[in-house]
Design a protein around this ligand. Structure first.
Ligand SMILES: Cc1cc2nc3c(=O)[nH]c(=O)nc-3n(C[C@H](O)[C@H](O)[C@H](O)COP(=O)(O)OP(=O)(O)OC[C@H]3O[C@@H](n4cnc5c(N)ncnc54)[C@H](O)[C@@H]3O)c2cc1C
Length: 438
């Protein structure tokens, strides 16, 4: 069957997610003759699922990105937080800020964000084809040919905003990688990030359903790789919770010699959060973020429900825990030493013959046989198309008028609104360049 050929478009955007819709809004604003192609029947499925349906769409703090981190920061210098707030205000969206600089729609509903992104597209220069999957790109002397499943298109400018392989149930695919690699782009192998970590739970099966504050340290080949603080959720298959999800991107391919150590000091009140971090000179992994925490007086009161910390000695709190246990011997016998300090399900697991061993188990409980929960459960992919030779002020690639935006790129952000923020910013910059604005 011969494919339908559409008339040449000024701009085609592949992907109706966060970055593609932000780009579409700019295209509509400048009246650019645009076609948005989306393979799903519904637009922006990840955006709608984001933040547990509340959509944590921006973060007011310093950027925390991994992969091509400098590139991400540069994109967010070019399309700053203030500019993004102005963009959403111009769409009518009312925003509110919560702890950790997290920004949500004031309604607390992701569909409000989608409603606002869709409004400028109605009766605009942007046409939308849903249920249309883009397959390959052919650079022409002037512009590009786009081959999709149902039709072939030509355009002067092309923005690839088809996202990553993460979360296939919500539209994640490898399509962008497969379309870009034949054109000479490098792919940094994608791996699941921001997902739970499965581990051998046989010794801890009774913990199923428990939640507890802990300092979590990932150690591979006896070397601490990354650490985070937050509430850990225990299940039959492994560990989850934001602080565990934050560690997933640091897991190497071969996890044979990797373990997670949980330190329950925050629950025991031995020391807590920032006080703990100050006392031990532990900084946030991101130097700028650390500077922010240290220079911002209000941050001292920030609830410590999340955060990446510099990995340090895994037994850093064991001596303090031993002192804590010795003090309790005055009121409790040795077998009940943890009673009232930890949930009952943990007592049998952590109470050992000697106080020293007990102190060790409550500050460095070891979990082994680690594996990330996989792309099906990952909020984002670490890795992606390398940003070398992509201009962070326009998102234009080494092909003139070919742009890449959003999670397709080798950029992943921490939990807290950073991933959507990068997707929106990069989509806006690309479309503004097409419009000749920058
Ligand atoms: C459950 C969940 C919760 C999340 N929560 C947050 C959060 O609170 N805050 C945050 O910052 N980030 C969050 N994220 C991450 C965030 O949603 C993504 O980083 C962001 O949506 C990426 O935007 P994007 O435009 O690059 O890709 P996407 O939003 O994935 O959009 C890509 C679009 O392209 C379409 N597409 C793909 N291939 C093709 C093709 N060949 N042809 C046509 N169309 C195609 C897809 O169907 C999709 O609609 C969450 C992710 C998940 C899965």
């Amino acid at each position: 069957m011969t494919k339908h050929h559409s008339k040449n478009k000024q701009l085609i955007i592949i992907g109706g997610g966060a970055s593609g819709l932000a780009a579409s809004c700019i295209a509509a604003k400048y009246n650019i003759d645009t076609l948005l192609i989306e393979k799903n029947a519904k637009l922006a499925r990840k955006l709608l699922a984001s933040g547990n349906g509340r959509c944590n769409l921006l973060n007011a703090g310093e950027p925390i990105y991994f992969g091509d981190e400098e590139f991400a920061e540069s994109v967010l210098n070019n399309c700053s937080f203030d500019k993004l707030v102005d963009f959403f205000s111009s769409l009518g969206l009312v925003l509110k800020q919560e702890e950790g600089g997290r920004i949500y729609p004031a309604t607390g509903r992701a569909d409000t964000v989608l409603d606002c992104l869709m409004r400028p597209l109605k009766n605009s220069s942007v046409n939308i084809n849903i249920n249309e999957r883009a397959v390959s790109i052919e650079p022409l002397n002037e512009g590009f040919k786009l081959i999709a499943e149902k039709a072939e298109y030509t355009c002067d400018n092309l923005i690839l905003a088809g996202g990553s392989i993460a979360s296939p149930k919500l539209g994640g695919t490898e399509d962008m990688y497969n379309m870009l690699m034949p054109l000479g782009f490098n792919l940094i192998p994608p791996r699941p990030a921001l997902c739970g970590i499965d581990c051998d739970m046989k010794p801890y099966i009774s913990l199923d359903g428990t939640r507890l504050m802990a300092i979590c340290t990932l150690v591979c080949n006896d070397k601490p790789i990354a650490a985070s603080i937050g509430e850990v959720l225990f299940s039959k298959r492994g560990l989850s919770g934001v602080c565990i999800m934050q560690l997933a991107r640091f897991l190497p391919k071969n996890t044979e010699n990797c373990h997670i150590y949980l330190d329950f000091s925050p629950t025991l009140g031995i020391d807590y959060c920032l006080e703990y971090m100050y006392a031990n000179e532990i900084d946030y992994i991101n130097e700028k973020h650390s500077a922010l925490i240290k220079s911002n007086e209000t941050a001292i009161n920030m609830p410590c429900d999340m955060g990446l910390v510099k990995p340090s000695d895994i037994y850093r709190n064991t001596d303090k825990a031993l002192e804590f246990l010795k003090e309790r011997l005055a009121i409790l016998n040795k077998d009940d030493i943890l009673l009232g300090a930890l949930p009952s399900k943990l007592l049998r697991i952590c109470t050992k013959n000697s106080l020293k061993e007990t102190a060790k188990s409550i500050t460095a409980l070891k979990f082994s046989s680690l594996s990330p929960r996989g792309f099906e459960h990952a909020q984002v992919a670490a890795g992606g198309i390398s940003t070398e030779n992509i201009d962070p002020s326009t998102m234009q690639t080494f092909y003139s008028k070919l742009y890449i935006a959003g999670e397709t790129l080798n950029v992943d952000g921490d939990c807290g609104g950073y991933n959507l923020m990068f997707a929106f910013a990069s989509g806006i910059l690309a479309a503004e360049h097409v419009a000749g604005k920058y």
